[in-house]
Design a protein around this ligand. Structure first.
Ligand code: UDP
Ligand code: MG
Length: 138
């Protein structure tokens, strides 16, 4: 059993697609083992996006990600990290195939509905960044 962190981004929340996106994950057999609404401020975004914090698109990304409350959750299941990213599709929504979450609902390379952890190390760090141990019902 693996755990991964997802963030339903501001575009997902604004379009009222939280239920639709969570349904995709649940129908794929993944369990929600933690969840909350939170608003992402600059310090946390710089930490969460440390791998791209010096890229020219980072200010626009940070502005987008902090623009409204987001739903952060931990999903659990077999191969959860890879499977959730498969269900999402590639980063650029315009290149994501139909049938993937980003392909069906995303807008572009920045506004792309949902974040998901990309490795076991990052999943663990991201889960600990957003949730206390007693908030994860794994
Ligand atoms: N992003 C962007 N422009 C880019 C690449 C990424 O705005 O050229 C944003 C996008 O919202 C993406 C996030 O930065 O989801 C994190 O980038 P990463 O490469 O980790 O993509 P992901 O893991 O989300 O597919
Ligand atoms: Mg990433």
């Amino acid at each position: 059993m693996e755990k991964t962190l997802i963030i339903l981004k501001p575009d997902c929340m604004e379009k009222r697609l939280a239920g639709v996106v969570l349904d995709r994950f649940q129908k794929a057999g993944l369990d929600i083992v933690a969840a909350k609404l939170t608003r992402l401020h600059d310090t946390l975004l710089r930490e969460h996006y440390a791998h791209i914090a010096t890229r020219p698109f980072f200010p626009a990304l940070a502005q987008f990600m902090g623009s409204r409350p987001v739903l952060v959750a931990v999903l659990q299941g077999e191969n959860a990290i890879a499977r959730v990213r498969e269900l999402l599709g590639p980063t650029d929504s315009a290149k994501a195939p139909k049938g993937t979450i980003r392909g069906d609902y995303g807008t572009d390379v920045t506004v792309n509905i949902c974040h998901a952890s990309d490795s076991p190390e990052n999943a663990s760090a991201e889960i600990n960044r957003f949730f206390a141990p007693n908030e994860v019902f794994a």
